[in-house]
Each structure stands twice: as structure tokens, then as C-alpha cells.
Design a protein around this ligand. Structure first.
Ligand SMILES: *Cc1c(COP(=O)(O)O)cnc(C)c1O
Length: 405
């Protein structure tokens, strides 16, 4: 027995077909998973390059364990900051052309750190956070729990962004995702940067080299996948890295390991090292994980895996087009198939499972009501026949369930 409100909350979710439950994965290898006893081709993971299973990465993990032990044993400010952590930060800085970086145990923690340290303890109560409506929950929660005023603009709507910007306080943190986690489309960085320069030039006080408006990109799904050398959106051709003040991303997706980073100016990172409670009072991530992550980034940079992923994305889009499955408008590894209703969406995911395909149902509140979807993610490990099977299965399920186009 527990509190009545706990039972009521669960019952309400169940009633709305929105109860969430975990599925146990018994094994995973080469793009095939055994999930809740179903052997199927995995179109649910964020391991876009297959690096979580890469032999060289695994070997590095073992080496890292032998050299540094199983855990970091303390917070970074005590004695948990080890050589591989420092080296990984340097690798990130070089790739993103940033002065400094800070490792965190997760991307969720990284976003909490950024928001809450930016606007802590009602420092001046004149801080604003302005972000895209579709920002990840880790950022929104961080922003809501900070003392900043939170403003949002409609997804990728630059006119609305400019309007909201007018209402911001003098110290403003602007945030967008590089690649949006549920739609796979890119944040409109070029336009955002242009607006920042033209709409409120006075906010960028270049005299003191201090900017009152800082741009943060959450590149959880872009890092390792898009841009020159897989640097993420800051490596896109029309972006100068210096136009983005702060970049955060996780290593748990395309890089295949775990943990995350925040990269920016030395001054900002030093501020976090001193004032970010989630960092100061938390055990540093395992050094072996950092050691393996360095290896994984090096393999990602070589480019073959990113190229293969690109071919798989093109093949999937081509087959969808051929079979009249709605165009997802995404050119990245994230390819949403909107079903539009939570019940139907879960049924579709279950029906796919019976056909040997795992494509998770993503429902509201993770996505907007009415946009419940199968979130198909592609990986470099998929073979052509895997993608053909996926599209065949999607067509079969669509026919049975009669989705609208
Ligand atoms: C996954 C994700 C995070 C959180 O990263 P974790 O390392 O999984 O905690 C943050 N932002 C976005 C956009 C994400 O998709």
C-alpha cells in the first residue's frame, strides 16, 4: 500500500492508455535485440553508429578499467578528476573549437547544471531563459526549477522567437536543440544567430567581451552524427562555432558509452566548477568510461560509420516514399512515424514486435497530444535488408490499422 495520490496518478495514466512500463532487454548485438523475449531488429536505440558494441571501444573500456579502476571514487573537486577525464575534455574542446569543457554523469544532469547555475538563488532575478517549445525535458525541468523567467517560442518559429526575445531580461540564455530528439529536424541555428545579431545588438556588449545573451545548443542527437567530423551542428557549413557560446551533448547516444559534457568559454566552465551543485556534490563519472569514450570519438571521426548511417537514412526515406508512407521531413537518424493516438500507437508498436521489428511508441506527454508516434531510429549497423523489413512491416501494420496518411 502507498499514498492514495500515487495510486490515483497511476490509475489515471492507465485509463488514458498512457501508463509506462519498462521492457527487459536480454541481449543486444549487431542491431538485433531480445526484448521481453522477442527477438527483433532494433529500431529503438540511439546507438546511431553501433559504437556501444564496437570491439575497439570495448577493448578500451577494459584497458581503462585496468589502468584506473571501476569508479572515480570521489567528486571531481576531491580526487575523482582523473587523467582520462581531462583528456576527454581536451578531445571535446578540439572537436568543437571551445576553450573548456566539463564532464557530467548524464546529459540530464548537464542541462540541470546549466539552467540552475545560470539562475541560482535569485542572484539578480533579472535572468531569462528563452527556448524552443520542443526542448528536452531535462532542459525544461532545469529551467523551471531555476530562478530565471522561462519563455518559450513555437518550434523553430523565428518570428515568434524574435517576439519573445523582446520580452527577455538583460541576462538571457537562449536554447535550442541541434537535432530535435523526437522529430529529427535541425534547430534553425543560422536564423537564431542572425536574429540575435540584428534584433537586439545592444544585448551583445562587445566592449567588455561579455555577452548578456548566450546561445546554448543541446546537441544530444547531433554530436557524432552531423556536421564536419561529426562535431554536431557546430560543424555544419553555415555555422561558425564561435557563434554558439555553450554546447552540451551526451556520450550515451551516437558515441555509445555514457556521461555527457558541457563546452564553452573557460570563464563559464570555471563558474560551473565553482557553483554547479550537481557537479560539486556528485561523484565523477567512471574514468574507464571516459577512456573508452575517447576511443569511440576517434572512431566516429574517421567517418565510415557516419557515411553508412547516411546511406541507411537515404534508403529508408526512399522506401517510405515508394510505399506511400508519409515523409518524415527528417534527414537524420531519427525518423518519426506519427500515428496520432496513444492506443493505436502502442498497438502499432506491438504489431511490429510480432513482425520482428522493435520501434518504440512515444506518447504524450513526451510528445504533444495527437502526435503520438513510432520513433524509428536508424543506425550504421542496419543492413539494407533490415530497413526493407522495417518498411514492409510498417506497410502491413498501416494496412491493418488504417492510419491516415
Ligand atoms: C537524451 C537527451 C538528453 C539527456 O542525456 P542523457 O545522457 O541521456 O541523460 C538531453 N537532451 C536531449 C535532447 C536528449 O535527447
Amino acid at each position: 500500500m502507498t499514498y492514495p495520490f500515487v495510486q490515483q496518478a497511476l490509475a489515471a495514466r492507465e485509463e488514458a492508455s498512457l501508463l509506462r512500463q519498462r521492457k527487459v532487454v536480454n541481449s543486444t548485438s549487431q542491431g538485433i535485440i531480445d526484448i521481453d523475449g522477442h527477438q527483433c531488429i532494433n529500431f529503438g536505440s540511439n546507438d546511431y553508429l553501433g559504437l556501444s558494441q564496437n570491439q575497439e571501444v570495448l577493448q578500451s573500456y577494459v584497458e581503462g578499467l585496468a589502468l584506473y579502476g571501476a569508479g572515480s571514487t570521489a567528486s571531481s573537486l576531491v580526487c575523482g578528476y582523473m587523467r582520462p577525464h581531462q583528456e576527454l575534455e581536451a578531445v571535446v574542446c578540439e572537436l568543437l573549437n571551445k576553450e573548456s569543457a566539463l564532464l557530467t554523469s548524464s546529459g540530464f544532469a548537464a542541462n540541470q547544471i546549466i539552467c540552475q547555475t545560470f539562475a541560482q538563488e535569485k542572484r539578480h532575478s533579472e535572468q531569462s531563459i528563452l527556448c524552443d517549445k520542443l526542448m528536452h525535458a531535462s532542459f525544461i525541468e532545469g529551467a523551471l526549477n531555476s530562478s530565471a523567467e522561462l519563455l518559450r517560442y513555437r518550434h523553430n518559429d523565428i518570428a515568434h522567437f524574435e517576439k519573445q526575445l523582446e520580452a527577455c531580461n538583460s541576462s538571457t540564455l537562449i536554447a535550442t536543440e541541434g537535432v530535435f530528439s523526437m522529430d529529427g529536424d535541425l534547430g534553425k541555428l543560422r536564423e537564431i544567430i542572425n536574429s540575435l545579431m540584428s534584433v537586439r545588438p545592444s544585448l551583445k556588449d562587445s566592449d567588455q567581451g561579455m555577452r548578456n545573451v548566450q546561445l546554448l545548443v543541446d546537441d544530444a542527437h547531433g554530436f557524432g552524427v552531423v556536421g564536419e567530423e561529426g562535431a554536431g551542428v557546430s560543424g555544419l557549413l553555415d555555422i561558425n562555432e564561435q557563434e554558439i557560446d555553450i554546447v552540451m551533448a551526451t556520450f550515451g547516444k551516437a558515441i555509445g558509452t555514457g556521461g555527457a559534457f558541457i563546452a564553452g568559454s573557460t570563464c563559464f566552465i570555471e563558474f560551473l566548477v565553482n557553483f554547479a551543485k550537481h557537479f560539486v556534490y556528485s561523484t565523477a563519472p567512471p574514468p574507464a568510461q571516459a577512456y573508452a569514450t575517447i576511443k569511440s570519438i576517434k572512431i566516429m571521426q574517421q567517418g565510415q560509420l557516419r557515411e553508412k548511417l547516411g546511406q541507411n537514412i537515404a534508403l529508408f526515406k526512399h522506401l517510405c516514399h515508394q510505399n506511400g508512407l508519409a515523409d518524415t521531413h527528417s534527414d537524420t537518424a531519427i525518423q518519426p512515424i506519427v500515428v496520432g493516438n496513444p492506443d493505436k500507437c502502442v498497438n502499432a508498436s506491438d504489431a511490429l514486435l510480432d513482425l520482428g521489428i522493435y520501434a518504440p511508441a512515444i506518447r504524450t506527454p513526451t510528445v504533444a497530444a495527437g502526435s503520438d508516434r513510432l520513433r524509428v531510429t536508424l543506425s550504421a549497423t542496419h543492413q539494407n535488408k533490415d530497413i526493407e523489413s522495417l518498411v514492409d512491416a510498417l506497410c502491413i501494420v498501416r494496412e491493418r490499422q488504417g492510419w491516415a496518411e
